[in-house]
Design a protein around this ligand. Structure first.
Ligand SMILES: [Zn+2]
Ligand SMILES: [Zn+2]
Length: 374
């Protein structure tokens, strides 16, 4: 049955993000209608609105959300109306990568997350004037009161409604930061870890790094106000890279390790200059991992790779498989080991503009928008 929802959309690249009424044509056999409890915003939403992401305007935004299943398609077997769920990216669950626990590298990731259509190519959403909208962003386009979601996005959670509002933020940036450390770097105790970028992803990585008994966790950013907002006890030290060239960043990082270099560098920014600096600052057998930002071309030393046994690799979603990473993050949070909620700032549904201003002013890490919280 067709339904409508008020949702945040970007109509044209670089234009404003506005609340619009969206008409959905009904629930497909592998889809869910989800009543949103809360959603958060990730850097990729803003990039998509600007027209610099895989999926472009006109687009219904949103890919970090939690809510309650209101309707399930005929082929959905693992969820029922009334279930509380946290949403993450979509994956096919059938390809080689999905079957071997590597869902971030699903062969159908583009069709399911960035085609703007259902996976069969059909259009599910139109604006009030009947124009087709790009939807199914990360399988969900969930910045609205109600969302049409691919079932593979949805992960059932047992929790209170207040907890669910926090868990809404777990589906992308936070699991990416955590996964970069726990799934990709897998640092042994007493490792030295440097993290470029003091946004949500970087601080989530730093929080996860603290779980591995590191010798040091250094967070680097050009914005000193962001560095000063890092919750206490997360980084052992910080470095402002404002005005520094890549060689200078590398020298300062090496000096922090008495010249030995870092065992792991996590690049949450995606700038070639930082990949180069991080690679130059690596200890032998060290690894640089890129988990964020636009694709650039870095130039790393092959001799340093070969003679030092160093590694550079990228990681989508920190190699996180949401069906295991979401319950793990919740469990760690409940036990007091992963206080990701320190990164959240709560807003009302209609306060997007205010939140974007706060984000751009460097006042907050991650805005979470709560529906029906007046
Ligand atoms: Zn797959
Ligand atoms: Zn994201």
């Amino acid at each position: 049955m067709a339904f409508s929802s008020e949702a945040y959309v970007a109509k044209e690249p670089g234009g404003p993000i506005t609340l619009e009424t969206i008409q959905y044509d009904g629930v497909g056999k592998n889809e869910l209608v989800v009543e949103t409890v809360a959603f958060s915003m990730c850097a990729s939403d803003l990039k998509a609105a600007q027209g610099v992401f895989h999926l472009k305007p006109p687009i219904i935004l949103g890919h970090e959300s939690a809510g309650i299943v209101r309707q399930a398609g005929s082929a959905v077997s693992h969820l029922r109306p009334g279930d509380q769920i946290v949403l993450s990216y979509s994956h096919c669950r059938k390809c080689r990568y999905c079957l071997q626990g590597e869902a971030p590298y699903c062969e159908n990731i583009t069709a399911l997350n960035f085609s703007g259509r259902r996976s069969d190519g059909s259009v599910a959403a139109h604006d009030a004037l009947g124009r087709p909208m790009n939807h199914s962003f990360f399988g969900q386009s969930s910045m609205g009161r109600v969302a049409l979601v691919h079932e593979s996005c949805a992960h059932k959670v047992e929790c209170t409604l207040e907890e669910l509002k926090k868990f809404a933020a777990l589906g992308c940036g936070i699991q990416t930061g955590l996964g970069a450390i726990l799934n990709v770097c897998k640092p042994p105790p007493l490792s030295s870890i440097a993290i470029f970028g003091a946004g949500t992803v970087g601080i989530a990585a730093a929080l996860a790094a603290r779980l591995t008994f590191p010798s040091r966790v250094v967070v680097i950013d050009t914005a000193s106000n962001k560095l000063s907002m890092i919750p206490e006890g997360v980084a052992t030290s910080t470095l402002s890279s404002a005005g520094l060239q890549e060689g200078e960043i590398a020298d300062k990082l090496k000096a922090m390790t008495e010249g030995r270099g870092f065992d792991y560098v996590v690049d949450c920014v995606g700038l070639a200059q930082l990949v180069n600096a991080g690679h130059q600052a690596l200890a032998p057998r060290g690894m640089v991992v890129t988990i964020g930002g636009p694709p650039e071309t870095a130039s790393i030393s092959l001799a340093a790779q070969l003679l030092g046994g160093r590694t550079y690799r990228g990681s989508h979603q920190g190699d996180s498989v949401p069906s295991t990473s979401i319950p793990m993050m919740i469990d760690l949070w409940r036990k007091g080991h992963f206080p990701f909620d320190k990164l959240l700032s709560f807003y009302r549904f209609n306060e997007l503009e205010k939140a974007i201003l706060d984000l751009k002013a460097g006042k907050i890490f991650k805005p979470v928008f709560v529906i029906n919280d007046n």
